[in-house]
Design a protein around this ligand. Structure first.
Ligand SMILES: [Zn+2]
Length: 598
């Protein structure tokens, strides 16, 4: 159908509906269109199943052809459906998350029971393919493909996306429907509404083990588990462009530069010599005595500082961290030359430090490559968009912000809030401005906390504030009202009279957890550890979508996602609870102040 036909078609539908049926002559009179034009339109409408024609018996003369609308033409537009579904979900919400979940499961069971022909297929792959054809034939979907341990397919467009942004349960219902028909647990590894390019659904070929939640892993995570030992390297979207800055005349630095260039180019990445190119990764070789900063052109550049020292530091973090800050890096490779050997330490912006195993030759550089590539390819979601639409009754906060402030004081009392790093004392004004402009942060502080306001909004601590002393709305605590996956920007409601501060960089992670799990009422992140917690595999930087996804996946796998404790590798803990008090009850039972590093 041509786009310009739409108004004519809509007009014809309206005319036929109003008259309860119309002949060609009626329509000619009402529209002024020619007989042949009308015939063309009506022919296509009949083919699309919108109109039916039949002969009308008259006492005399030739019976005219009468056009009537089919029931299908009376279907409402997608927008009307979405509005209707939104109202329905709003109503459902008032019934409480457990009832909503039970209801959606019931819906899925019903749909599944209507298709015994699919459930009867002997092959898992064939069942998944039949489901894909049944529900997503019109959508842009990939075929079902075999993976290591099962099958999967992806959807590139989701008609429910606008609504699913508000009601994550809709995605669960899709998975439930597939599960009911294929008779296997379904894992969703990519989500359009989270900013991924597609939604990917995977099932395992073998039947589920004992059927509990943790055994429900799909092909991908199963494969990841079998590769245990080294972090599964993330596949970047494509080759990246990298470059060197600074000087590497020191033999240790020169050797490092050569090895890095070799291993990255061997894996298909491009070494850039020019300055004006868009760089994904820059290695900045510095003199530890006089660290020179490298100023990025955009925040999409991941900057690795490389330094060497001849003296074994008493405390790698204490000596390395200021060098990382002063060189404006995201990560530092700190080489310690001691007794004829060179040790390799990584220092992260999250105040993590860990040593790279003592490998030689190519194995060493391959290891560095596998550790660095996922970090360099991670994407920051740190842009904030402030809307001065916070209702006046919330300008002074509510009982939830009082709870949040109290929780901040309790974290402080537990000594779980390390003092913000004094960047201003180390960086000249010009570099501070550079950081501020690129990343919107005025200081580095650690830990954050949030509490759910309603189905779609939550209060969260601001970036760089003293969490032990949060008072003002818009400055110390902000209301997060959404995330725009297209522009990758957090949306915040603030009072009109306040110059707002940015929300904590981990807002994207909290947003993902709240939208996926309606039962989660509060989230706390601290730089501490608990014995035996499940941990993410890669220490993605704070504020990246990859860290958020890795944490969300661990929360999903927890026996109770509303009371989960997730380890962030080399970094800290993210703890969910039904309330803030619920989190503190568990936190006060015991934690380890020192995060294990590897
Ligand atoms: Zn942190």
């Amino acid at each position: 159908m041509m786009p310009q036909e739409l108004p004519t078609r809509q007009k014809l539908i309206r005319l036929i509906r109003e008259s309860g049926g119309a002949t060609l002559a009626d329509l000619r009179r009402r529209t002024g269109l020619s007989r042949s034009t009308l015939r063309q339109h009506l022919g296509r409408m009949a083919r699309d199943g919108v109109v039916q024609s039949f002969l009308v018996k008259r006492p005399s003369g030739r019976p005219p052809l009468m056009y009537r609308l089919t029931p299908q033409a009376e279907l409402a537009s997608p927008e009307t459906y979405l509005a209707f579904l939104r109202a329905l979900f709003d109503t459902l919400r008032t019934m409480g998350p457990e009832r909503v979940e039970a209801l959606l499961r019931e819906v899925a069971t019903r749909v599944a029971s209507q298709h015994p022909e699919i459930r009867g297929l002997p092959e898992v792959g064939a069942r998944l393919d039949a489901v894909r054809r049944l529900f997503f034939n019109d959508a842009e979907a990939t075929p079902v493909v075999r993976t290591d341990g099962g099958y999967q397919f992806s959807l590139y467009a989701c008609p429910l996306a606008p609504l699913a942004l508000e009601f994550r349960d809709l995605c669960c219902v899709t998975r439930e429907v597939i599960r009911g028909l294929v008779d296997r647990q379904v894992e969703q590894s990519e989500w359009i509404i989270r900013g991924d390019p597609r939604c990917t659904f995977a099932v395992r070929a073998a039947a589920n083990g004992n059927g509990d939640g943790s055994a429900a892993g799909a092909a991908e995570s199963q494969a990841a588990r079998t590769r245990r030992g080294s972090p599964p390297p993330q596949v970047p979207a494509g080759p990246i462009t990298f470059a060197f800055a600074g000087t590497y005349t020191d033999p240790v630095l020169a050797q490092m530069a050569e090895g890095l260039r070799e291993v990255f180019t061997r894996h298909g990445h491009r070494f850039a010599r020019g300055e004006d190119e868009e760089l994904r990764l820059v290695f900045n070789f510095i003199d530890a005595a006089r660290p020179r900063p490298y100023r990025r052109k955009g925040k999409g550049t991941f900057l690795v500082t490389v330094a060497v020292t001849n003296r074994r530091p008493d405390n790698v973090l204490k000596e390395g961290y200021p060098l990382l800050i002063r060189s404006l890096g995201n990560l530092m490779i700190y080489l310690v030359r001691a007794g004829g050997r060179v040790e390799t330490h990584f220092v992260t912006l999250e105040q993590g430090t860990y040593q790279i195993p003592d490998l030689s030759g190519d194995a060493y550089f391959v290891h560095l490559y596998e550790r660095l590539l996922p970090l360099a390819c991670s994407e920051l979601v740190i842009d904030n968009e402030f809307h001065t639409d916070l209702p006046p009754e919330l300008w002074q906060g509510d009982e939830l912000t009082a709870q949040l402030a109290e929780a901040g004081r309790r974290l402080d009392a537990l000594n779980l809030l390390p003092a913000p790093f004094p960047m201003g004392e180390l960086l000249p004004a010009r570099d501070l401005r550079h950081i501020e402009r690129l990343f919107g942060i005025g200081g580095l502080s650690y830990g954050n906390l949030s509490v759910r306001k309603d189905a779609t909004r939550f209060w969260m601590s601001a970036s760089g504030v003293d969490k032990g002393n949060m008072r003002e709305i818009g400055r110390d605590m902000l209301l997060v009202k959404g995330f725009d996956p297209q522009r990758k920007v957090m949306l915040l409601s603030v009072p009109p009279h306040v110059k707002p501060r940015r929300v904590s960089v981990d807002a994207i992670e909290h947003w993902m957890i709240y939208t996926e799990h309606p039962q989660v009422g509060a989230i706390v992140h601290v730089h501490a550890w608990m014995q035996g917690v499940p941990s993410t595999a890669i220490n993605y930087p704070c504020g990246t979508i990859q860290l958020a996804q890795a944490v969300a996946e661990k929360v999903r796998q927890a026996p109770d996602p509303a009371r989960a404790v997730v380890g962030l590798k080399n970094h800290g803990l993210t703890i969910t609870g039904r309330t803030l008090a619920d989190i503190f009850d568990r936190l006060e039972e015991g934690f380890i102040r020192q995060v294990p590093m590897s």
